[in-house]
Design a protein around this ligand. Structure first.
Ligand SMILES: Nc1ncnc2c1ncn2[C@@H]1O[C@H](COP(=O)(O)OP(=O)(O)O)[C@@H](O)[C@H]1O
Ligand SMILES: [Mg+2]
Length: 331
């Protein structure tokens, strides 16, 4: 598949259970899009956002900022979105400070659940329509939405429909219909799901995918199976290791290691042996869940490797972007 086709709609929503690597995969997709000449905006919806850490520090606020060449980021906070909405809609700039308070937003969202989601989606709509009411138009080609965790996903995407049903007339009704149109038009929005090759995330991914399809009518791209143990030690190598250890030919291994400048003692070998066994067992489990994912969804499943580094940073995201590009060609 050509990259343009893969990245086609302007809005790419990346969703999955919390902690599966949504922000990481969203950032990798952003790099892929930027490599292909697109001006990308990454929207994180998480007060304790991890975008700044991935892109080497600095603050990410409601005002988009360039994080790396071609990739811009912002953090959508409902209070800021409400203030912008009131300012644009009702020219309420002077009192918007009151509305910007967390208490106020909590108060009204208790009265009208789903309103926070509407406010966030409203900001995405402004970005899509290229209406930035603060710093002027940005002209983003691609907007990557790092969606709230999957349990919340259906509520998040269903919010405009719910509001449209509740409000029968007037501007709010019209606006919620605009949001619903934005989400359900495959030429404008597409959801990519992120999963792990593990029992619970994989089952939830299958459920979410079905709900998107049957209940919400929202178009879906790929399923990313993240953090797969694939590149470090291949099965054949683990088997070989096992054989050498079983034959008691540990000395052989020590000699090979020494030839590469590594001195291994018995403890190191014991740890390595344990690790090889662990990886093999994990990989077997992961393969089962990968099969379950591929059988359960109609869209392509892309495997992303587990990266062994302490705290992922930009070079790791570049690696994941390389893997996505490679796999895109085979789709
Ligand atoms: N492919 C990967 N290999 C290794 N660690 C990963 C990978 N993807 C994500 N992580 C790590 O997992 C944690 C959760 O990732 P993050 O993208 O913040 O998840 P989410 O946004 O879904 O909560 C982070 O510490 C991140 O560095
Ligand atoms: Mg995140």
């Amino acid at each position: 598949m050509h990259v343009d086709e893969f990245l086609d709609p302007k809005i790419l929503i990346v969703s999955g259970k919390g902690g599966v690597g949504k922000t990481t995969v969203a950032a990798a997709l952003a790099l892929v899009a930027a490599r292909h000449g697109r001006k990308v905006c990454m929207a994180e919806i998480d007060r304790k956002g991890t975008l700044p850490k991935l892109f080497g520090g600095g603050e990410v606020t409601y005002e988009p900022r360039e994080l790396s060449p071609g990739v811009w980021g912002l953090n959508i906070i409902p209070e800021d979105a409400l203030a912008e909405y009131l300012r644009v809609q009702y020219h309420m700039s002077r009192i918007s400070r009151v509305f910007r308070s967390t208490h106020f937003v909590d108060y009204i969202t208790t009265a009208a659940p789903g309103l926070k989601d509407i406010l966030v989606l409203g900001k995405i709509w402004y970005l899509e329509q290229d209406r930035d009411h603060g710093g002027g138009a940005h002209g983003f080609d691609t907007i990557i939405v790092d969606a709230p965790a999957a349990g919340h996903m259906a509520t998040f995407l269903k919010a405009p429909q719910g509001l449209a049903d509740a409000v029968r007339l007037g501007p709010v009704r019209r606006q919620s219909e605009w949001l619903n149109d934005m989400l359900t038009d495959p030429k404008r929005s597409r959801v990519h799901l992120v999963s792990l090759a593990e029992e619970i995330p994989a089952s939830e991914t299958l459920e979410t995918s079905e709900a998107l399809d049957k209940e919400l009518g929202i178009s879906q791209g790929a399923v990313f199976a993240n953090a797969v143990y694939s590149r470090l030690l291949m099965d054949e190598e683990a088997d070989e290791f096992e054989r050498i250890a079983a034959d008691g030919k540990i000395d052989e291994l020590c000699d090979v290691a020494k030839a590469s400048g590594i001195n291994l003692d018995d403890d190191d070998l014991g740890a390595l042996h344990g690790y090889a066994r662990f990886l093999k067992a994990r990989r077997n489990i992961q393969s089962q869940h990968l099969r379950k994912l591929s059988r359960g969804v109609t869209q392509p499943v892309m495997e992303l490797p587990f990266l062994f580094s302490a705290g992922l940073a930009l070079p790791d995201i570049e690696t994941l972007a390389d893997v996505i590009e490679e796999q895109m060609e085979t789709l």
